[in-house]
Design a protein around this ligand. Structure first.
Ligand code: UTP
Length: 407
């Protein structure tokens, strides 16, 4: 209203820009000074405590967006409907969410494999076709029936929360121009689910990031889901199966993916045995242990960890007791390994679909091709374009075809 009034009096553009700057800075300062979780003890391995005072969704809304106002619209149809190999909407609606209220999304990493893009753009905001990875995760969480997303962000990556804010001016502008589809895309992230920010002051590892989320949980939440925003597990719905396994066996449930023996060195690998009982429609194994990035000969199986975890609240206690592991970071897998050693039941759901690792260009590019080909708007043109690119490449590099023929 203020900007409109100024505009009406034909104030010079620089005055409007200055006011906008002050508004953005003030709201962003208020947000930043308010939202930090402070690590009160110096050592990463010592027990931690945090201050947590203002409801996170408020912070999320205030993040540097000068025009926010208005009320939440009805939840739109999830965009994951167009994900490749997705379960049908009916299937996912039938699946019980089994009381998972909070999904934690660690997004405070440095994204070094995506430099130089990640100098200024958080990798979680890089788009798959046109939608940031973190919004796809928000859709998966909403589809599970979760009520809120606790996003762990770094101090310099707060713009991730901006994505979940309201953009009323932009939306109105789009609607005035008859761009309903684009207006719907703008509001989707905000309407999907309540997004709450917690700050991880320094990137001390995935385990540390998950630990930062504990104060944001309600007292009665005895389990928490963790979804890594750079890991797309398709078709979505594996977390529904994991909830069923926890209902049956208790403890914590992870998601396993089968890779070739040559690929195991890249992953956390599960040592498994048959589960106590079968669960209809779910391939489930009991976990005896985990080995982080083993050599091919030392791998106990070819079942590797993916970015979906359903963790008993006991994980926070275990996270407080582990030492920094690989890369000097507090590793989530080390906390899970400690829990297994102490008799905590851990099972895996073996996922037979596919996954895309959005965390590095080598996985991000195929994900875009996969989603792009299935996209109503871009797919039809992308298919012949890709064929042409492939034909041209094969003509320039006949050796790739020879290699392929040799197997
Ligand atoms: P990754 O190891 O894939 O992300 O962690 P990264 O550290 O950002 O990437 P590289 O290795 O430097 O390229 C998986 C997820 O955990 C988050 C990341 O943001 C990513 O979404 N993470 C990782 C944290 O939130 N905090 C950390 O300290 C480490």
């Amino acid at each position: 209203g203020l900007y409109a009034a100024i505009g009406w009096f034909k104030a010079p553009k620089c005055v409007i820009a200055a006011m906008e700057y002050v508004t953005i800075s003030a709201s962003s300062w208020a947000l930043r000074s308010d939202m930090r979780f402070k690590e009160l003890l110096p050592s990463a391995t010592s027990r931690r405590s945090w201050s947590f005072s203002v409801p996170g969704s408020l912070r999320c809304m205030a993040t540097g967006i000068p025009f926010w106002s208005g009320r939440k619209a009805e939840k739109p149809q999830s965009r994951v409907d167009s994900m490749p190999m997705r379960n049908s909407k009916e299937e996912s609606q039938q699946a019980a969410h089994g009381g998972v209220r909070t999904v934690v999304v660690p997004a405070a990493g440095m994204g070094t494999r995506f430099l130089p893009a990640t100098k200024t753009v958080p990798k979680e905001l890089l788009p798959v076709v046109d939608t940031p990875g973190i919004e796809l995760i928000a859709e998966e969480a909403a589809d599970l029936g979760a009520e809120r997303l606790v996003i762990v962000v770094a101090p310099q990556k707060q713009e991730i929360m901006d994505h979940f804010g309201e953009f009323n001016v932009l939306q109105k502008r789009l609607l005035n121009r008859g761009k309903e589809e684009q207006a719907e895309k703008v509001s989707r992230a905000n309407e999907l689910i309540d997004a709450v920010a917690v700050t991880q002051e320094s990137p001390l590892g995935l385990g540390h990031a998950v630990g930062c989320a504990e104060p944001a949980l309600d007292a009665e939440e005895d389990a928490v889901a963790v979804m890594l925003p750079d890991d797309l597990v398709l078709p979505i719905g594996v977390m529904d199966k994991m909830v069923r396994v926890r209902e049956e066996f208790g403890g914590s449930v992870l998601c396993a993916f089968n890779v070739t023996p040559d690929e195991v060195y890249n992953y956390g690998v599960f040592d498994v045995e048959d589960a106590e009982r079968d669960i209809e429609g779910v391939e489930v194994k009991k976990v005896r242990g985990m080995v982080e990035k083993p050599a091919k000969e030392e791998a106990p199986s070819t079942l590797v960890a993916t970015g979906r975890y359903l963790l008993d609240r006991a994980v926070f206690d275990a996270l407080g007791r582990i030492e920094p592991g690989k890369g000097g970071e507090l590793q989530l897998t080390d906390a899970i390994e400690l829990m297994i050693q102490e008799g905590h039941p851990v099972h895996v759901v073996v996922h037979r679909g596919k996954r895309h690792d959005l965390g590095n260009p080598g996985g991000y590019i195929p994900a875009n091709v996969d989603f792009g080909l299935r996209d109503e708007k871009y797919g039809p043109a992308l298919y012949p374009a890709l064929k042409e690119i492939l034909a041209e490449f094969e003509a320039e590099h006949p050796e790739v075809l020879e290699r392929e023929q040799q197997g």
